[in-house]
Design a binder for this molecule. Structure first.
Ligand code: SF4
Length: 448
């Protein structure tokens, strides 16, 4: 078993205690406390002795390694997590979604499936959601079909996962993968030495699989003892319930106990045949706490909610998603086009944008920086005021963009109308309370 994390006082005992401040902290004790809570790196102290460094390494290392699969544009970062719960700080690297592809697929079907996976790209609230990995599985038992499927998958620009327990076939797949730095799935109790050689030689990330946490920890320990640390863990659960229990234990032991063999991202296969059930199962694993989820069914309708859920989990809870403060053009607006005002909270802005687009009247939307707060919250907080709107109207030189002098404010802040008219001399129309009312509002006010 690995050592427990050190407390601040235990770390302090190992430091030089000169309070020289070279680490950027006022005292050695303050630095020790920062180190214990993961907020500082031991490298910041240039005076720590080699013996002390050896003792402190376990406290200084992050609880879970951050691992990169793929290279360049296709690179996917996994793990690097420090918390059990999002609200404690944040989660960092969203679970990668991989789609399984058999090397027994006929040529045309293989190309169609790869194209369908590559095209699974969605745009929502100004962000792009996509599938990151193609998991090519050797089901043929032969090298040539595997190489053909891996080469075709490598051409998609996705990160790759090569699935076979046979080191000889894995070597063939690696040959076809070129410089893609795929995830090798998987090292087992019987093949790990050969798989480790391949992972070291290329070099690649190595998935380790063993049924049950004890066996998995033992195998991971053997591989890390051989000096290899780019691992992903698969506890081979026998049911979704077992998968969640295993994933939670792995994360808990890594983060709370600093159990080194589990200090790596984990991987799980969704097993359900029905696409809707599979997406639900995957959502469970994305939530608790998979680093990679492998799916079989390629379905846009089921993938969008899964990726949306993933995105919601991995945003920073302390930083609302925001759009830029600017005058946005919807369609090709002219000097006669309506002007709507809203805040720069992404969900608010894109709701308004969608409805303005739905009105089919080219328009402007002025997104006012409220630090990502929605209309009512920003108003209550004093960040969405008549003064602020007037200031932004001036900043974007709205007067030169339209020849009319009419602006639409959200119905929820109708109270700003009088003050805004007084400050700007513009006519202020009170729009609907909900964005969904915009098409009808636009039709009755601007259709002519
Ligand atoms: Fe103490 Fe090292 Fe920081 Fe100096 S640099 S205050 S010795 S921890």
């Amino acid at each position: 078993m690995c050592p427990m994390p050190l407390t601040g006082l235990e770390i302090y005992k190992q430091l030089p205690k000169t309070n020289c401040k070279d680490c950027g902290h006022p005292t050695c004790l303050a630095f020790a406390m920062a180190l214990a809570s993961g907020k500082a790196s031991l490298d910041a102290c240039p005076h720590v002795s080699d013996e002390a460094r050896a003792v402190l390494d376990s406290a200084a290392a992050p609880p879970m390694a951050e691992i990169t699969v793929g290279t360049g544009q296709a690179a996917v970062k996994l793990g690097g997590e420090t918390e059990l719960f999002r609200h404690e700080k944040r989660f960092y690297n969203p679970a990668a979604v991989a789609f399984l592809i058999s090397d027994t697929l006929p040529e045309a079907e293989l190309s169609a499936r790869l194209a369908a996976i590559r095209d699974l790209v969605f745009h929502r609230v100004g962000l792009e959601y996509r599938v990151q990995m193609a998991a090519v599985k050797n089901e043929s038992g032969q090298a040539d079909p595997f190489k053909r499927a891996v080469a075709a998958a490598a051409g998609t620009g996705l990160a790759l996962m090569l699935v076979t327990d046979d080191p000889k076939l894995m070597a063939a797949g690696l040959e076809a993968a070129g410089q893609n730095r795929p995830l090798l799935y998987a090292a087992t109790e019987t093949n790990w030495e050969a798989m480790l050689e391949l992972a070291k030689a290329h070099p690649c990330v190595l998935a380790v699989k063993a049924r049950g946490l004890e066996a998995l920890a033992g195998l991971a320990q053997k591989i890390t003892a051989a000096g290899f640390k780019d691992l992903v863990l698969d506890p081979q659960p026998t049911s979704p319930a077992q998968a969640v229990a295993d994933l939670v234990q792995i994360r808990r032991l890594a983060v709370k106990k600093r159990f080194r063999p589990f200090g790596y991202p984990s991987l799980v296969f969704a097993g359900a045949e029905d696409p809707a059930e599979e997406a639900l199962e995957a959502a469970l694993y994305v939530t608790k706490y998979a680093g990679v989820v492998v799916l079989k069914n390629v379905s846009r309708a089921h993938l969008l909610p899964l990726l949306t859920w993933r995105q919601n989990l991995y945003t920073d809870p302390q930083v609302p998603i925001q759009v830029e403060e600017k005058l946005n053009e919807i369609g090709t607006p002219s000097e006669d086009s309506p002007v709507y005002v809203t805040t720069n909270f992404s969900l608010t802005y894109y709701s308004v944008q969608g409805e303005v687009e739905g009105s089919r009247i080219p328009s402007y939307i002025l997104s006012v920086n409220t630090n990502g707060l929605s209309v009512m919250t920003a108003y209550a907080d004093g960040r969405f005021t008549a003064e602020k709107i007037a200031q932004v109207m001036k900043k974007v030189d709205l007067e030169s963009k339209v020849k009319h002098r009419t602006i639409v404010i959200p119905g929820a802040v109708a109270v700003l109308k009088g003050k805004l008219e007084e400050l700007t001399g513009w006519k202020v129309l009170v729009g609907p309370r909900e964005a969904s009312g915009i098409p009808a509002f636009a039709k009755s006010n601007f259709a002519a």
